[in-house]
Every structure is written in C-alpha cells, then in structure tokens.
Design a protein around this ligand. Structure first.
Ligand code: DUC
Ligand code: ZN
Ligand code: ZN
Ligand code: ZN
Length: 503
C-alpha cells in the first residue's frame, strides 16, 4: 500500500481516548487509510514527524458569520477561512441569512454561493437563518434544501426586531425540521425584557457600551432558553441553543437532557474567558468597550465563568463554536459603528466578536496538554468532542469529518511538542481582516504547528498559510445525529390521548 502522507510519532486524540504513542497515520487520496505502527513509506510519500506532539481532528467550527449583508465590515470568505485554518479549523459552517422581505430561500442561497465560490481555504457548509418562515418555504423549500443542497440545519432568533420570530413561528419550523431530520438552532433571549430595559437605559441616558451588559441580564437568556426547550419538547424535535453564556440557562438544558430530550447547548470562547468589565472604557479610549459587544453579553461575575466551565466539563455543552461575528472597530474613514455624533449608543453597536482563529488554541490551553492535571478544565477527549466530533455529528458530517479513524477525511491538527508550544495571542499574528482580538496578550499553552485538510498541509506555523483559497470544498451534509437523548418523547405533563386528536 502506497501512502501519499504518513504522520509519525504523534499522540492521537479522539473523542474517546488518547491513543498510545508510536502510532502512524497513513493517508491516501485525502482520506485516513489506517492507523498502525511502522507504516511503510515509498519515494513519493510525504512524511511528517510530529515529534511526540498531540494530533487532534481538524476543528469543525459550526457557528461562523462570513460575508453577511448585515455585517459589511466583517470578515469575508477569504480572510475568515484563512483565519480558520491558521487556528486548526478545517471545516466551518457559516450562515446564509434570509431577510424578512425574502419570500423564497433560493435566491438567498444562490447569492451566498456566489460569495463563497473558490474563496475558501477550508471545507464549508451553511445553516439557513430563517426570519420569514412562510408556509411555502417550510412546505416546499426546506425539503429541497435538505435533500438536494444538504443544508440540514436552520438558525432562528427570539430577539432583534428585524429577525425575531414568535413562538408559533418557532413551532411551525420545529415541526417542519423534525419531519426532515433537520436540526434547529436558536438564539434564546427574551426580546420583550431586553427592549423594555433598553428603553429605560436610553431614557436615563445610559448609552455607553457597558450598558449593553445591563440591557441583557441572565434572566432574559434563562426565560427564553426554557421557553425554547418547551417548544422543542412540545414538537418532539431536536434543538441546539446557540452561544449560551450562563449556568442558570444551562440548568434547563441539563434538566432536559436528564429527561432524555435531544436538547443541546453551544458555548463560545468569549463566555469562558471574558467578563463584562471588558465593556468599560479604557484609559485611552472611552468607546473601547464596543469591541466586546456580543449577545448574550459577557457576564459580570467570575462565578459565571466557573459555572460555564462546569457545564463544559460535565457534558451539558455539546459544541464549542467561535460565533465569529466580527466587525472592524475602526470602519472606513476611522468611523466607529455605534458612536453617533460622538455619543456612544450601545444599542447601535454591531453584535459579535472575532474568534475563528483563536477558538481551538484557547480551549486546548485548558487541557492537560497545557496545564497540570489538577488545573485542567477539561480532558483531551472532551476537547475533541466539543471542537470537532460533536459538531460534525450533530450537523450531518459524521463518518467524514470530526474524527481520526480509517475512512474519515484526513483533517488533522498537529500541535507542538509540549515544551515548545507556549505562545501569546497577538493581533499582529492573526489572519482575519478585523483590527483587534479580544484575547490580546493572553498567554496560552500551544498553537497548531500544522493544519492538514484532506491530506494536504494548509497551515505550517514556520511558513504561514500554505493552503490554497480554491481548495476548500462545499460539503453536502446529511441528517444530523441526535447525539443526546432521543425523539419520540411525550411532552411533559401530556397524555397520548391528549395529542392523538390533533397531531
Ligand atoms: N447572534 C449570533 O449568533 N452572532 C452574533 C450576534 C448574535 O446575536
Ligand atoms: Zn445569535
Ligand atoms: Zn451613563
Ligand atoms: Zn452567531
């Protein structure tokens, strides 16, 4: 057997174990063919010596915003995917976004396909953001999206005037998605609580960036998360609540999972590493807090971080995504969005932070690969589940992406041998087209030395980006794996008899 690539002398980590040392990974035609010791090379085989470093599956970032109309100063496909591979991510799932005025999804898809074509350094797919779920779209278009285009997930918003859906609309979508084996993602914050608070803050002229965190308290996330779970339970449909920021809301997810409901949680680096103090002015810049505006907001208390880390470690959180939803702090001509005639208006600051490149190294920094065991926040297999295996399975890429096993795409992140990995996150070393990183100066324990996509080295830390913008492939996804719990449950407190007359 001739291999195109053999990686020797690494420590392979999968979602279930850290394999013994001394195993080689043999790759041909972009796929992992076998894992074994002493695999034979030929003259044409490329051999990489991992020098005892960890090898983890290429990252799957299932929550990335690129080239969205509502973020004109954000990252596009070229810069966003370049940034992804430099940070160990080999697959992203971005968002094709329906506007309220769009009565069909097909033109939206066509337009989005145009912006991504031949512009991606990594493999990619889309979720559809639904903001106007007409009967026709749910009945006639979603099945085509799922079966012909392999788009098997949607994202919904319970907040933002221009995006939010009411509970009935969410239910209609859940029933439609369930029938198609699609996964529903939801942004859960109570629009009414938030809009009431914003009105009060504006009336009292509290409009600096910090008040963004005051405007969206944990109870708004808590209430909407519970409501979203209840709707999913009623429809007996799988759901993932995106970008969860607090343990109070996660308690509802945990409870649902305990009752074997297919309810998932996603969290993101910003909620594990940053607090709302970041929203305050700094000594040089009154408006600097605008760089840290995301929704849900950064929380106030270190106890919030602890609570979230607990849910990462204990299995409640299913996926760890970047929610890379970046906008430049200084837009064209030095203009800062949300600073209107010199007056800060937090409610006009675009929401979202950059993070597609730093996501994986940040989480890796909290594993036993980088810190003493007693300080580690999560195990290495748990790291792999969260960053790669779970998002691949949940979004219908299982068997192809997200693991190191024969038959899978040879998507791999090779780290530095442990003593050489220490690095400091610095904006000047990142590859996005955004003018800051929220993690500037943070010391972390390692950085990907090589990123490999379908058997090809696309990131080599000693050389930089070595991949090609046309190499990324569009992925037709299948049905998601339910992963947690099961469908077929009777909603709590309901009798079969009560349902049979209308279902
Ligand atoms: N939700 C996201 O998923 N990303 C950015 C902003 C938001 O509200
Ligand atoms: Zn959101
Ligand atoms: Zn004020
Ligand atoms: Zn997002």
């Amino acid at each position: 057997m001739d291999f195109d690539l053999i990686i020797r002398n690494g420590v392979i980590v999968t979602a279930s174990e850290v394999l013994p040392t001394g195993l080689d990974i043999g790759v041909r035609d972009g796929k992992i063919i076998c894992i074994g010791s002493g695999l034979p090379s030929s003259a044409s085989t490329q051999v990489i010596d991992a020098e005892g470093a960890y090898i983890t599956p290429g990252g799957v970032d299932s929550h990335v915003h690129l080239a969205q109309e509502n973020a004109p100063t954000g990252d596009g496909w070229e810069t966003g995917t370049r940034s992804a591979i430099a940070g160990g991510t080999t697959t992203i799932i971005a968002f094709a976004s329906q506007q309220k005025s769009d009565t069909s999804l097909f033109p939206v898809l066509e337009e989005y396909n145009k912006t991504s074509k031949d512009q991606s350094y990594c493999d990619y797919s889309y979720h559809f953001i639904l903001t106007n779920p007409t009967k026709e779209i749910l009945r006639d278009e979603l099945p085509v999206m799922a079966h012909e285009h392999g788009i098997t997930s949607v994202k919904l918003y319970m907040t933002y005037e221009i995006m939010k859906l009411n509970d009935r609309e969410v239910l209609d979508i859940l029933f439609a998605c369930k029938a198609l084996g699609m996964t529903t993602m939801i942004h859960a914050e109570s629009h009414d609580m938030i809009s009431l608070i914003i009105e009060g803050l504006e009336r009292n002229k509290h409009t600096e960036p910090y008040y963004h965190a005051i405007a969206r308290p944990r109870i708004a996330e808590d209430e909407a998360s519970y409501r979203a779970i209840s709707l999913a339970e009623f429809a007996d449909a799988p759901m993932l609540i995106v970008h969860m920021s607090s343990e109070v809301a996660l308690a509802h997810v945990r409870d649902a999972q305990t009752r074997l409901l297919p309810i998932h949680a996603e969290t993101c680096p910003q909620y594990l590493f940053l607090l709302s103090e970041r929203l305050k002015a700094d000594e040089h810049d009154h408006f600097a807090g605008a760089k840290h505006v995301c929704s849900p907001p950064l929380r106030h208390d270190p106890k919030d971080l602890e609570g979230l880390w607990r849910n990462v470690a204990n299995g409640t959180v299913t996926t760890f995504s970047s929610d890379h939803a970046a906008t430049k702090y200084f837009a064209e001509g030095g203009k800062r969005l949300g600073l209107i005639d010199g007056i800060p208006r937090f409610s006009k600051i675009p929401n979202g932070l950059p993070g597609v490149e730093t996501r994986i190294p940040l989480l890796f920094s909290q594993t036993p690969a980088c810190v003493p065991l007693e300080k580690a926040r999560l195990s290495l297999p748990r790291f792999v589940q969260l960053t790669s295996t779970n998002p691949a399975k949940l979004y219908g890429l299982g068997g192809r992406k997200g693991s190191i096993a024969p038959g899978y795409d040879a998507d791999l992140t090779i780290w530095h041998p442990s003593e050489k990995g220490i690095c400091t996150i610095q904006q000047k070393n990142l590859h996005h087209d955004i003018d800051y990183t929220p993690y500037e100066g943070m010391e972390i324990g390692n950085w990907p030395r090589y990123t490999i996509l379908r058997g090809k080295v696309v990131w080599d830390q000693s050389k930089g980006i070595v991949g090609d913008m046309k190499y990324g492939q569009w992925l037709k996804r299948g049905k998601g794996d339910v992963l947690v719990g099961k469908t077929g449950n009777l909603p709590r407190g309901m009798l079969e008899d009560e349902r049979k007359y209308w279902l």
